[in-house]
Design a protein around this ligand. Structure first.
Ligand code: ZN
Length: 159
């Protein structure tokens, strides 16, 4: 009888652990994405120190500079690193170009859109290397305020 109770308790604990892990998984991926963005900012700051204070203008330059390509993928997007020539497709991150060490610290440098996180939140890394997690509405509003287009490009007007 005592063995049965212990087995039942172990089974219940196993199920509870599996459910908790399943529920916590998106938040773990959010935290990992934020860490990737922080690492991208750190590497970009070092890159700028070596290249006339100008931040890299593409993720590919960061790979050439030595950053691990695995850090350039959003863990929530479930897209494994692919060929470097195709990095913008599989990365999940978008780099804002024209950034230097003289840019305003609150300028957006790199972001991860809410689509990568099931529409729950987006992450934005700023020039001063801090990362914020924003609701989808706040994310869109911030990027619109900064004049950064996130949607698909509009087709050219018909002649
Ligand atoms: Zn992400």
């Amino acid at each position: 009888m005592k063995k049965c109770a212990l087995a039942c308790l172990a089974l219940v604990l196993l199920v509870v652990g599996a459910v908790l892990w399943y529920l916590a998984r998106p938040y773990y991926r959010d935290a990992l994405c934020r860490r990737h963005l922080e690492e991208i900012c750190k590497a970009s700051g070092m890159y700028a120190g070596d290249f006339d204070e100008v931040y890299p203008d593409s993720l590919r330059r960061l790979v050439d500079y030595g950053i691990d390509p695995a850090l350039l993928t959003c863990p929530a997007a479930d897209i494994p690193p692919g060929a470097l020539w195709d990095i913008d497709r599989w990365s999940g991150y978008t780099l804002v170009t024209g950034i230097s060490t003289k840019s305003h610290p609150s300028g957006v440098f790199v972001y991860c859109p809410p689509e990568n996180h099931g529409g729950r939140c987006g992450h934005v890394a700023f020039v001063d290397a801090h990362v914020e997690t924003l609701t989808p509405d706040a994310f869109e509003a911030l990027l619109a305020e900064r004049g950064i287009a996130t949607g698909p490009e509009e087709p050219p007007p018909a002649p």
